[in-house]
Design a protein around this ligand. Structure first.
Ligand code: CP
Length: 340
């Protein structure tokens, strides 16, 4: 028996993603539903959350289902992920048992597990999410690991609400300063989903050290080739912002410095001026602005930008609820592959 997971949007074709977006729009108008009647989802949070936790828990409830929230190591046992290891450390049980047991109780499993920020060659394997997908017998949803596909869906839904067809719209993913090196997940996801929907994408970052993992750069280039969009890299805010339709901001740590963050800090400190402000937004074509949230005001974007009518970050956050209900519905309605 094979089940289909929602680990990345790239695993789903455009028709399937479009169908989820149509379903999400329907849920936005008709909040209550029955797609999860008698069903449940376990939500495992290895990292904090406001939006993801609230929207998944509420979404399951609005569809007639039930969500169980677990924080491994706090309100459930610490979990081991290495195969074949002698478990004489802190972990009390292995992901094999955790995934198999939860699969007997619930119909869906959501996983949030950020990188450890010590070794990108390890983190890029997405070991925790992959282990749950391998050992669970129910669909697994990526609630943000090294990509954030639920955010992608909410983001594209919010852009379509404002712009309609996204093809050939100029989309700028801009790195912004943050006092700590952050996850590249939303940036990886932004590149993939914007190119997937045929946008002309500019990745604006201070220096080549801030380019994203080649896995996602290459995926974005392939997407662009298929959809008629494009992917350009820029280190110059003025030309990148000029005539943009959408500015999407995110901060992330430079991959070549992964695990050596004290060495990265002086480089990052030089680019505080990458903040999204009114002067830069004035270069756009009455451009829209968004961010996945949480966001530090007047560090990543100014109050004026965040409070302007062109900011759709709150719409995007709301859409997390609607798209996740569509994702859960699609996963529960899927035919079971490989069954007799
Ligand atoms: N954007 C997002 O995933 O928000 P949370 O970290 O609050 O869940």
């Amino acid at each position: 028996m094979t089940v289909r997971h929602f680990l990345n949007t790239q695993d789903w074709n455009r028709a399937e993603l479009d169908a989820m977006l149509v379903q999400a729009a329907a849920f936005k108008h008709q909040v209550q539903g029955s797609a999860m009647q008698g069903k449940s989802i376990a939500l495992l949070f290895f990292n904090p959350s406001l939006r993801t936790r609230t929207s998944f828990e509420l979404g399951a409830s609005q569809l007639g289902g039930h969500a169980v929230i677990l924080v491994p190591g706090q309100d459930s046992w610490p979990i081991e992920f290495e195969l074949g290891t002698v478990m004489d450390g802190a972990a009390e049980e292995h992901v094999i048992e955790v995934a198999r047991v939860l699969s007997r109780y619930v119909d869906l499993i959501g996983i949030r597990c950020f990188p450890k920020f010590q070794d990108w060659s390890v983190d890029r394997q997405d070991q925790v999410l992959r282990a749950f997908a391998q050992h669970a017998t129910v669909p697994v949803i990526n609630m943000e690991t090294i990509t954030h596909p639920c955010q992608e869906m909410a983001h594209v839904m919010a852009m379509q609400e404002r712009l309609g067809d996204l093809r050939q719209r100029k989309y700028v993913l801009t790195w912004t300063y943050h006092p700590r090196p952050l996850n590249t997940a939303v940036a990886n996801s932004a590149l993939m989903i914007a190119t997937r929907f045929g946008m002309d994408v500019t990745l604006l970052c201070p220096t080549p050290e801030y380019l994203l993992d080649e896995r996602y750069m290459a995926t974005a280039r392939c997407n662009a080739a298929e959809t008629g969009g494009s992917l350009t890299v820029s280190h110059d805010p003025e030309s990148a912002y000029r005539n943009a339709d959408v500015i999407y901001a995110k901060s992330w740590g430079a991959l070549p410095y992964f695990g050596r963050w004290d060495e990265e800090r002086p480089l990052r400190e030089r680019y505080r001026h990458f903040i999204v402000d009114e002067a830069k937004m004035a270069l756009t074509r009455q451009g829209l602005f968004s961010h996945c949230l949480p966001l530090r005001r007047n560090v990543k974007a100014t109050d004026a930008v965040l409070d302007s009518a062109t900011c759709f970050a709150i719409d995007e956050a709301e859409n997390r609820l609607h798209v996740q209900k569509a994702i859960m519905t699609a996963l529960l309605e899927q035919p079971v592959l490989g069954s007799a």
